[in-house]
Design a protein around this ligand. Structure first.
Ligand SMILES: CC(C)(COP(=O)(O)OP(=O)(O)OC[C@H]1O[C@@H](n2cnc3c(N)ncnc32)[C@H](O)[C@@H]1OP(=O)(O)O)[C@@H](O)C(=O)NCCC(=O)NCCS
Length: 256
């Protein structure tokens, strides 16, 4: 027992060192600037559009709509590889995806929702209109925190595992010949700027103005924690997130 405790302590110390070393190397990194348009009609129904350019790709972020169910299910939620290190690591059914999309839509449409405007965005390549992924904000583990999460199709990760042989389902379109590098970074940077903008405009999360954006990443999800680090998140601590299995996770945050 003492041995396994010792091992965990070593693992945590090593992981902290690894994160902080990477973060030190990113001190001069300039996060790409997001252009954010929030349109709200007289009933409070919002549509949000963001654009961010990073490494020669123009990314488009659109507030989630009901029509996005199919892409989110087909490219993300039904894919074991995409979901493996996300939340509890399980794929999500079409029914659960529909419910999730409805929740996101409600948060844009219903000004009385406690998470009004703290919701999800479909991310695409503005030039080719290719669906790339989903990034979202929700309520964090502590009051006055917003938690971000991102989920991208595996063929646009900057380092897809070598075993990827494309999607088995032939109706899934590949992103063409374009190779992506930096989608996660662009998303993390944009969503933090969006949360900052919501705070500046007085939009609360469960009745409180957010003080920080938080994110978690499994220690073995390097693309995730590096993206969050590049967006300015720092290490709060390392532990296991209840409900998400036994994996140690970086708990990261950025004050806004
Ligand atoms: C995690 C995820 C969002 C990362 O997206 P991405 O577009 O590949 O990330 P980026 O290209 O912006 O990479 C950010 C940094 O991590 C590095 N990186 C990416 N994948 C890596 C890997 N497997 N190993 C080591 N470094 C990696 C990149 O080189 C880049 O570093 P650099 O700028 O210093 O070169 C994407 O892989 C994903 O959607 N995964 C599935 C869902 C998931 O796990 N979400 C996170 C849950 S917490």
């Amino acid at each position: 027992m003492a041995n396994s405790d010792d091992n965990t302590t070593h693992l945590i110390e090593d992981a902290k060192r690894k994160f902080n070393q990477y973060a030190d190397g990113q001190k001069n990194f300039q996060p790409p600037l997001a252009h954010i348009d929030i349109d709200i009609d007289s009933d409070g129904a919002a549509s949000v559009h963001m654009e961010v350019q990073y490494k020669d790709v123009q990314y488009r972020f659109e507030s989630v709509q009901e029509k996005d169910v199919q892409d989110i299910y087909q490219y993300l939620n039904s894919q074991p590889l995409v979901r493996a290190k996300y939340a509890d690591g399980q794929t999500s059914s079409l029914k659960a995806t529909i419910a999730r999309v409805e929740t996101f839509v409600d948060r844009f449409q219903n000004r009385y929702c406690p998470l009004y405007l703290y919701s999800g965005f479909v991310v695409s390549d503005a030039q080719t209109e290719t669906f790339l992924g989903l990034v979202n904000l929700g309520s964090g583990p502590m009051p006055a925190t917003a938690e971000m999460a991102f989920l991208n199709r595996s063929d646009c990760w900057s380092r897809p595992p070598e075993t990827i042989s494309g999607y088995a389902d032939t109706s899934v379109k590949s992103p063409g010949s374009r190779l992506y590098s930096g989608v996660g970074t662009a998303e993390a940077c944009a969503i933090i700027q969006y949360a900052t903008r919501l705070k500046q405009e007085g939009y609360t999360i469960n009745g409180l103005l957010p003080e920080a954006v938080v994110g978690t990443a499994r220690l073995d999800n390097e693309g995730s924690w590096k993206s969050l680090s590049k967006a300015g998140m720092t290490l709060s601590h390392i532990d296991v997130t209840e409900d998400y299995g036994k994996h140690l996770r970086y708990q990261l945050q950025k004050s806004i």
